[in-house]
Design a protein around this ligand. Structure first.
Ligand code: PRP
Ligand code: ADE
Ligand code: MG
Length: 178
């Protein structure tokens, strides 16, 4: 059995980055480079699941952030046998929705969540691939807080230099800090 540290180092070795994508000055961390290798992808899913299981109080619902957050959020929800709810870019969700405008490292957009998908006090874990400036995660947390959920966040990669953590006032768990 590999230690968690060894697992994380292995994932880091397979993570490819691209300078100046999608804009000058951005170093893009491509999580798909990890998923392209099934053995390493399995290691990543294992570490993520262990992290999600260690969160106290126990998570009751997973909210995935469109779109890369869906890759990990839906797998975790299945493993933990709890509901998965989508937080999507604007105009993608049917029915009544709440919306929040936000800025991220290289663009701006709106995130939406359907009304009635979480209950007051429900322990919801927001899952995304990456925390950069924190705009996306903070918008997702805002939508869930408006619905009075009890929120924590889990990301695969945290870009610590961009200090996204500073604008988010709920617990954040991250696997790889770079
Ligand atoms: O911390 P921030 O500065 O907000 O940046 C982080 C977000 O940026 C990316 O999503 P993006 O919306 O670019 O694309 P995606 O649809 O591929 O997830 C990434 O998947 C995070 O969700
Ligand atoms: N540097 C980065 N790499 C990958 N996804 C991102 N989303 C925001 N910043 C990013
Ligand atoms: Mg995203």
């Amino acid at each position: 059995m590999m230690s968690e540290n060894d697992q994380i180092n292995l994932i880091k070795e397979h993570l490819k980055s691209y300078k100046d994508f999608p804009k000058q000055g951005v170093v893009f961390q491509d999580i798909f480079s990890v998923l392209q290798n099934p053995k390493i992808a399995n290691v990543l899913y294992d570490v993520l699941l262990n992290k999600a299981k260690s969160i106290k109080p126990p998570v009751e619902c997973i909210a995935g952030v469109d779109s890369r957050g869906f890759l990990f959020g839906s797998v975790l929800a299945r493993e933990l046998e709890i509901p998965f709810i989508p937080i999507r870019k604007k105009g993608k969700l049917p029915g009544s929705t709440k919306s929040v405008h936000y800025k991220l490292e290289y663009k701006e957009d709106d995130l939406e969540m359907q009304e009635g998908v979480v209950r007051e006090g429900q322990k919801v874990l927001v899952v995304d691939d990456l925390l950069a400036t924190g705009g996306s995660l903070s918008a997702a947390c805002e939508l869930l807080s408006q619905a009075k959920a009890d929120v924590q966040c889990l990301v695969v990669i945290e870009l610590s230099e961009l200090q996204g953590r500073k604008i988010i006032n709920v617990p954040i768990h991250s696997l790889i800090v770079c």
